[in-house]
Write a protein that binds this ligand. Structure first.
Ligand SMILES: *Cc1c(COP(=O)(O)O)cnc(C)c1O
Length: 401
């Protein structure tokens, strides 16, 4: 296969506006958290319709801050999905709590019925992940949370543009909302600042506590209360973290946010082309549209029908590489990592559906810079691979496909 035409799994869309704004920040002399971050926070809160948005240096930091500010700690359990990036479970461990894994639905999102089975008197929080940008069944999760007095922290790393029942995540206008929602601006995410994130909430007290914990436990109030002492004075109220987002990153974010809806429209169009090109391929299941909201289409994760193929997912990935298509898998389930294996041994962490789904998952390239022609090309190469490895076909017949 023609290696010159390799199609990468991801290419970010950074324009001249972002570059100009970064240059302006560098020239301004203010390069850490300052006016650009304040503007990015205000713009982002407005985009969501949320009361408070705190810019942080990653979604991981945002989730950690939320758990710490909500006082999760030793003895507490927090339920999340095995089909996520390790960050979601790591932050639970980092506050001293115990992660508990609930199994997933066919679309890979956490199954509320499985959450319900895992709830014990020690359960304090649920961390649903909107996998690929498809909203979780939040009504069911919020009902469980209400009944059992659980905090809900959404991992919205894939889900900045996601809507649930007509509302953006963390929107103050929605009839119900989570305690906090964490967004990621990592290099591959739909809105990127290279590294970065945002944590949104509609609770003034949670927002204030997260703000204090975000910067070493230093209180802004001290500035006011001790203003007579001058600008140099501050007080540390508790042992906090160093999670603030700098103005150089925020300069990028301000413009990424302005383009986000345009990007979302392109993603949607590319998904439609994948459907057109791969919809009839019997050996593949395509990811479904959201039925109760808006899918952010961060990922286009197809599911192989392994019984109709002669190769497994590993071989399929190797074939994609040989055919010049960058692909990935989201995610290696937590129990398969050596570190999480000891939790996985506990019966309440067994997630057979997530493990079975994992064997079938392949994420194809999906990003605005990809363009329609490249999507058709990826689909053409995928069809070739499928045709060559279709089950029940003599091997030689595949030659010349
Ligand atoms: C990317 C990602 C994260 C981590 O985001 P960072 O901003 O890198 O901390 C967390 N959860 C999921 C599901 C992700 O994909």
């Amino acid at each position: 296969m023609n290696q010159q035409s390799f199609i990468p799994f991801h290419v970010p869309s950074i324009g001249e506006e972002e570059i100009e704004e970064v240059a302006d920040t560098l020239r301004s002399g203010w390069i850490t958290t300052g006016p650009k971050t304040a503007r990015f926070e205000a713009d982002f809160a407005q985009y969501l319709g949320a009361r408070h948005a705190l810019a942080v240096n990653s979604a991981t930091a945002g989730m950690h801050l939320a758990l710490a500010a909500l006082d999760l700690g030793p003895g507490d359990e927090a339920i999340t999905t095995p089909l996520t990036f390790c960050a979601t479970a790591n932050v639970i461990i980092q506050v001293g709590a115990t992660p508990v894994l609930a199994d997933v639905l066919p679309d890979g999102n956490i199954d509320p019925a499985s959450i319900a089975e895992r709830i014990t008197p020690r359960t304090k929080a649920v961390l649903p992940v909107h996998l690929a940008g498809k909203p979780c069944d939040m009504d069911a999760i919020w009902s469980l949370a209400q009944r059992h007095n659980l905090r809900v922290i959404e991992d919205a790393a894939h889900a900045t543009e996601t809507q649930y029942r007509g509302w953006r995540l963390a929107s103050a206008g929605a009839p119900r909302a989570s305690d906090a929602v964490a967004f990621s601006f990592y290099a591959t995410k739909n809105l990127t600042t290279g590294e970065g994130g945002m944590v949104a909430t509609n609770s003034a007290s949670l927002s204030e506590r997260m703000r204090v914990l975000c910067l070493h436990g230093i209180t802004k109030d001290a500035w006011n209360r001790y203003a007579e002492k001058g600008k140099w004075y501050y007080q540390v109220l508790e042992s906090g973290f160093k999670y603030n987002l700098g103005d150089i990153a925020s300069a990028i974010g301000i413009h990424q946010l302005r383009k986000l809806e345009e990007f979302a429209a392109v993603r949607r169009r590319l998904v439609a082309i994948y459907r057109e090109e791969l919809g009839e391929v019997d050996e593949l299941e395509l990811p479904e549209e959201a039925t109760d909201g808006r899918h952010a289409w961060h990922l286009f994760a197809i599911r192989l029908r392994l019984e109709k193929l002669r190769i497994d997912r590993g071989e399929f990935m190797a074939e994609l590489q040989r055919h010049g298509v960058g692909a990935s898998v989201h995610f290696i389930p937590l129990p398969l990592h050596p570190f999480f294996a000891r939790w996985a041994e506990r019966p309440e962490n067994r997630c057979p559906r997530a493990l079975a789904l994992y064997e079938r998952l392949v994420s194809l390239p999906l990003y605005p810079a990809l363009g329609e022609e490249k999507v058709r090309e990826v689909a053409r190469r995928v069809r070739q691979i499928v045709a060559r490895h279709r089950a029940g076909r003599p091997v030689l017949a595949a030659v010349g496909d």
